[in-house]
Ligand binder design. Structure first.
Ligand code: ADP
Ligand code: MG
Length: 435
């Protein structure tokens, strides 16, 4: 990372993340923050906002006009941004535009390659990394493109937005007829703006979440988790489906672990990821074949900060800030041999009336922490797998013990809801988490 010798690094953070801001400032960096409407109130209520050199409020990260004006203001007032960081998926394009305007982009396609699954898979395939075969469908109405996809690819298929997130509007289609039927009646989640789609061949196997931390192009940590259940198989959401991930230790399968590390390093290099955190999702089938699913220049899903804190023995955001600033990192010191996250959500849609109490959590063996991401009064829609309420972090000494503790926590913790019509909305629905 190149820094102005007189000023030191100035990091532009797209999206509000108070702990990350504090970590950057504690390490001597200046921070310029960009906050969208969805995070305006949380940011204004956060004392760490005053740690920022500048704060810009905008309506949406997708507003080119507002983002362009911020770049002009920074350029004409002599603020030299050394890095742009986007902890969330929804601000990736904004980060890319700012990088290009402020002259900190090595490759103008950097963010688009990480955002659009067609460009992402082409980049990965060109680097010799195994990915699902895919076809582009420019809109759900493009029946020619859909038919061409079914001729070229083998069923079963996955139909999803070309640049979606959070497993929104994502469908498994057993046959060509299913695919055409689903496309015909497709109503994309309103949070997905582009109507361009991708069709992929379905990849069997367990699904992995791989967190990587880079400093000056060096991989300083690699952490592998396995989803309890494939994301796509979470729908329809029901209590019996365990949602979340568990830590995978290298000694469980040293060959697979080594292959994951090789693939992850090659993938990150193909995209030019050299600093901060990045995440990969991959499939591992029964024969040990690894297929990369997607890659992002940000951390994993909403459970990741709480889970990584138990893994590291210190806060995730400090590690991320150190990686961006090329400051030495502290070795991980996990609190339990095995760790997992589970997500607790209501049984039915409605209005949230209660979360588990501290006593409820503390009564359960192995429950280490919990992270409530919604509020009483929020609307519970249960309309996609990333509609989260509370993430619970569980620790154990053995895998059977971890499994038993996760099952017990899931059975005994409840998020309660009321009929939607009975109470007014107290808090607007929050944006979904990526993952
Ligand atoms: N080709 C595929 N084969 C099997 N499952 C898939 C495939 N593509 C997507 N999925 C499933 O759908 C989920 C969401 O797809 P993904 O590509 O990760 O998009 P996003 O997380 O950005 O919504 C994945 O986590 C996985 O469970
Ligand atoms: Mg994904």
């Amino acid at each position: 990372m190149e820094a102005d010798p007189g000023l030191g690094p100035t990091i532009l953070v797209c999206g509000w993340q108070g702990e990350l801001v504090r970590s950057f400032v504690d390490l001597g960096a200046r921070v310029v923050a960009l906050v969208d409407r969805a995070n305006r109130e949380p940011a204004r209520g956060d004392s760490r906002l005053s740690l920022c050199d500048r704060v810009f409020f905008i309506s949406s990260f997708d507003s080119l006009e507002e983002v362009g004006a911020i770049a002009a203001e920074l350029l004409t007032t002599g603020v030299r941004i050394t890095q742009v960081v986007s902890p969330k998926e929804v601000s990736q394009h904004c980060a890319g535009y700012l990088e290009a305007l402020l002259g900190v982009a090595a490759d103008p396609l950097y963010r688009l390659r990480l955002r659009d699954k067609r460009l992402m898979k082409s980049t990965l395939a060109a680097a010799g990394i195994r990915v699902a075969r895919f076809a582009s469908v420019p809109s759900p109405e493009d029946t020619d493109a859909l038919a061409a996809a079914t001729r070229r690819l083998r069923p079963p298929y996955v139909l999803k937005p070309a640049a979606g997130y959070g497993t929104m509007s994502t469908y498994e289609c057993a046959t060509a007829t299913d695919l055409l039927d689903i496309a015909d009646t497709l109503r994309l989640d309103p949070q997905i703006r582009s109507r361009q789609l991708i069709v992929e061949e379905f990849v069997p196997g367990e699904e992995l979440q791989i967190e990587m931390f880079w400093s000056a192009g060096v991989l300083v940590h690699l952490v592998v988790f396995k989803y309890h259940r494939q994301r796509i198989r979470m729908m329809p959401l029901q209590r019996s489906h365990r949602d979340g991930v568990r830590l995978v230790l290298p000694e469980e399968d040293p060959d697979a672990y080594a292959a994951i590390e090789t693939m992850a390093t090659r993938a990150a290099r193909a995209f030019g990821i050299t600093e901060g955190t990045s995440q990969i999702e991959a499939f591992l089938d029964a024969d040990g074949t690894l297929t990369l699913s997607e890659i992002a220049a940000r951390g994993g899903g909403a459970w990741t900060p709480a889970l990584m804190k138990e893994y590291l023995g210190h806060p995730l955001w400090d590690l991320i800030a150190r990686c961006h600033l090329d400051v030495p990192v502290t070795p991980p010191h996990r609190t339990h041999r095995y760790l997992a996250s589970i997500s607790i959500r209501p049984d039915e849609p409605g209005r949230v009336t209660a979360f588990p109490s501290r006593e409820d959590y503390e009564a359960l063996p192995g429950v280490l922490s919990w992270d409530r991401v919604r509020n009483v009064g929020d609307r519970a829609r249960l309309h996609h797998p990333s509609d989260y309420y509370v993430h619970v972090i569980v620790g154990a000494d053995t895998l059977p013990e971890l499994d038993e503790r996760c099952a017990r926590a899931q059975a005994e913790l409840f998020v309660q809801v009321d009929d939607l019509t009975s109470t007014p909305a107290l808090v607007p629905a929050t944006e979904p988490s990526h993952g």
